[in-house]
Design a protein around this ligand. Structure first.
Ligand code: ZN
Length: 433
């Protein structure tokens, strides 16, 4: 590509600077060279962006890229392509691979594969415990030295209070955050969906919201005791929100995210027995969903994270009880948020970009992402058409997997360009590699 590109007449939405308005943005080599009307340079490729929105590239706190070990579900390359197609410039990859990312060698392998793909910055998360077994802590200092910012046993929940306390204590001097998939194993044993009216009429084993909220309450108490930073991922139950809000009010260092599927779907949707709607934690009630939406708007929930969880077709083509949980999410996250939250007026566009980019970048300590979009800053950008409608999966998925909870849904908002350090990873709606 030319080393100079002028995005002309674009509506820049940049929560980090507070800027929102139509302007021109010039990208030169890896950086934003100028922002302001008439920002251009001789020899620049000029892109007319009338009607389009530019924002800092999206940042995902939670994606399963499956490599190493599960390359039949997704690879770092295909997952990175889905991320770029969804407007992401940075993604935090979960460590429940095979081998588990519980040592620096696996962390370096993931980083190298992501660099080779060159489609998205991939930050590998490290496991809290060896082999995700919940017992012995990993060498967090060694992995932090290899660039890990977030540690989590995601897929599993750290059950032991003692282990969780120690993890939060070690996290503090390292300046890293402990992510928790909050789920009491005893309270959720054998679960297939949320426990309630629909689990009884569908005849499926349920797990109550308390399987999550009791762990959240405990972890908030442990974060207070240990002083380390806690991040509660994919909050699904209304009952978890009080402890998070109270912790924030009390100065405890707690952040939290919520997925597009928990913001838009609920347990009643499972009457279809569609295994793409079997997710972990399960879709909860319509009341839970309303509470999550309000908490995202108020800032009790900091970020939207996809929990992109690709599976091979044969995995999901089993009965509901046997199918593994998870939905893909990178391709559709922005459009789901625009359709379900921004369009009905529950969230402003600025707030949506804040929750999808600025806040997750700050939770991960990623200075190069999340804005501000200003001269001299790395050019990590997304440009999208907020009015374009499309049907999810109608044309194709960029993820290797097809298990989307949103397949066939009409969504509003389509990615036009994604720029990673000045290089187009998506141009005119198509990945460039
Ligand atoms: Zn999880």
């Amino acid at each position: 590509m030319p080393s100079r590109v002028a995005f002309r007449g674009v509506r820049l939405v940049d929560p980090a600077s507070g800027f929102g308005g139509v302007t021109d943005v010039l990208v030169e080599d890896e950086e934003v060279a100028a922002v302001g009307e008439g920002a251009s340079a001789s020899g620049a490729e000029v892109l007319d962006c009338a009607g389009l929105v530019m924002a800092p590239g999206l940042v995902d706190l939670h994606a399963h890229l499956r490599e190493p070990g599960f390359e039949h579900k997704e690879t770092i390359e295909t997952g990175s392509r889905a991320a770029a197609a969804g407007g992401y410039t940075a993604v935090c990859a979960m460590p429940n691979t095979d081998p588990v990312a519980d040592n620096a060698a696996v962390i370096m392998e993931v980083r190298n594969l992501a660099d080779k793909a060159g489609l998205c910055e991939v930050l590998p998360a490290g496991a809290v415990t060896r082999g995700l077994a919940g017992e012995a802590l990993t060498d967090m200092a060694e992995m932090a030295g290899a660039g890990v910012r977030l540690f989590t046993d995601d897929g599993r929940c750290v059950q032991s209070s003692r282990v969780m306390r120690m993890a939060l204590e070690y996290a503090r001097p390292l300046g890293v955050v402990i992510g928790q998939h909050a789920q009491d194993e005893a309270l959720s044993e054998g679960w297939q969906m949320h426990e309630g009216y629909y689990s009884s009429i569908l005849g499926l084993t349920g797990a109550p919201g308390e399987a999550e909220s009791t762990v959240v309450a405990r972890d908030v108490a442990l974060a207070r005791l240990a002083g380390g930073r806690l991040h509660v991922t994919h909050v699904s139950a209304a009952g978890s929100l009080g402890a998070i809000a109270e912790a924030k009010g009390g100065g405890i260092r707690v952040t939290a995210d919520v997925t597009p599927h928990h913001l838009s779907l609920c347990d009643a949707d499972l009457i279809s027995y569609d295994t793409s709607l079997k997710v972990n934690p399960p879709l909860r009630t319509a009341d839970d969903r309303e509470a999550l939406r309000a908490a995202l708007a108020s800032g009790v929930l900091d970020a939207v994270a996809t929990d992109h969880a690709p599976h091979a077709a044969e995995d999901k083509e089993q009965g509901f009880a046997q199918a593994p949980p998870g939905t893909i999410g990178l391709d559709t996250a922005l459009a789901v948020v625009l359709t379900e939250l921004v369009q009905p007026g529950l969230l402003s566009l600025e707030e949506a970009i804040d929750r999808l980019s600025r806040r997750p970048a700050s939770i991960l300590g990623l200075d190069d992402h999340g804005g501000p979009v200003a001269a001299g800053r790395p050019a990590n950008l997304v440009v999208f058409d907020p009015a374009a409608e499309w049907v999810a999966g109608e044309r194709r998925w960029y993820s290797m997997a097809r298990n989307s909870a949103f397949a066939g849904r009409r969504l509003r908002g389509r990615i036009v360009h994604t720029v990673l350090r000045g290089v187009f990873t998506v141009k005119d709606g198509e990945p460039t590699r």
